[in-house]
Design a protein around this ligand. Sequence first.
Ligand code: HEM
Length: 419
Amino acid sequence: MTADEIFRALAADGTDDPYPLYAELHRLGEVLPVTAPELPYAAAVFGYRAVDRILRDTSFEVHDALRMEPMTPGWRDHAVLVTLMNSMMFSNGDRHGRMRGLFRKVFTPRRVQEMEPDVLRITAELLDGVAELGADGGEVDYMAEFAYLLPARVVGRLLGLPDEDISWFRTQVDLINDWLDFRRKGSDVLAAADQAATRITDYYLELIAKRRADPQRDLISDLTRAIGDGEHEVTDLELVGNLLVLFNASFSTTIHLFGNALPLLLARPEIRSTPELMPAYVEEVLRYDTPAHVFIRVAGRDTELLGVPLKEGELVAVLTGAANRDPRRFAEPDRFDPARADNQPISFGAGVHYCLGAALARAEAQLALPLVLERFPQLALGSEPVRTDQLILRGYKSLPITVTDRALVTAGGTADAAG
Ligand code: HEM
């Protein structure tokens, strides 16, 4: 296959199994120009070293408000674009540093540690629900009942959002994610995303005002306090943009860490008797089947990347999912091996935009996955799972499982999956 054929295939249906296509790419190099006219990128970067380099090189920028003007005239009429462009994820240089500095001040490693009892409590509550739903030996959708709810409730708890508002948030965020998927840029998708962004903005502005007047023990209160102390100049609309991105970035990725992990763990029953190895397993899941495969960078000036020339303003697709399978960096990259030495997947990115929530995502998986296995010794995969159709966020839409042995239930044996 030529490079363009591979990129076309990845854009078309690479979500089912992009890994053979990544292997083809690795045979061709680390960075390649993209010439297919229908693809918006001038180049794609997929070698581990090249991905690490581009993410650390600040002359390659994220899409920001300045770039929007020439590319999407009239973008300020779209609430979703205005809100996203107000966030650190879509800012460069000093503006990025200013917003990220505020969040780093309050979203500290200690804060993540303080969340651990919440993670354990929410996990136990959700597993009770799964046990109840699956007590008759029928199938339960692990994605809907656990993999999504856990990170969504944890980030809700972190921010101080009431549990009953979480499903409303998910609906809004899904509308925005549909638009972020590069294959779905239709005007109806944009209009729906605009409405969702407006509703979320109204919600947050009200909550920010409430917490400013009456602080609680949550991140939004701490953020408003830090701004009030005068050390961090961040406007309320920037706060909203960042809260939207933080909530979105947190559950829409971690859901797939939980989803992608489960079949891999079930195929390796030895992990049940060695739960202390879970951190190494989680790291290997992050490498082997990472939740987020594609990021975009814009060349900030005429430059080159490992020999491929790029003009100012040209887009580069950064394929972290491919970098994690680079045979130059990982021996036998297509083998799941939690014992591999020096395992440092690039799943949380690198450089100034390195994932703000990496420690929380790791903590959630390391704490909750052993509890899932411990709670359900009979846990098994059920009927055919359904995959997401996005490469940007790759995982399962639904992953049916059973948690009780149906034969035992019908024989009148141990029907209590809660054990
Ligand atoms: C397994 C789960 C996760 C994965 C794979 C993941 C992945 C990433 C990656 C690759 C980036 C860098 C994007 C870029 O360079 O353009 C990023 C940024 C970010 N992530 Fe995560 N993430 C995860 C979980 C979380 C969680 C739990 C949170 C929040 C609690 C979070 C919040 C953020 C934020 C705010 C940014 C933007 C940082 C910036 O632009 O400075 N993420 N994430």
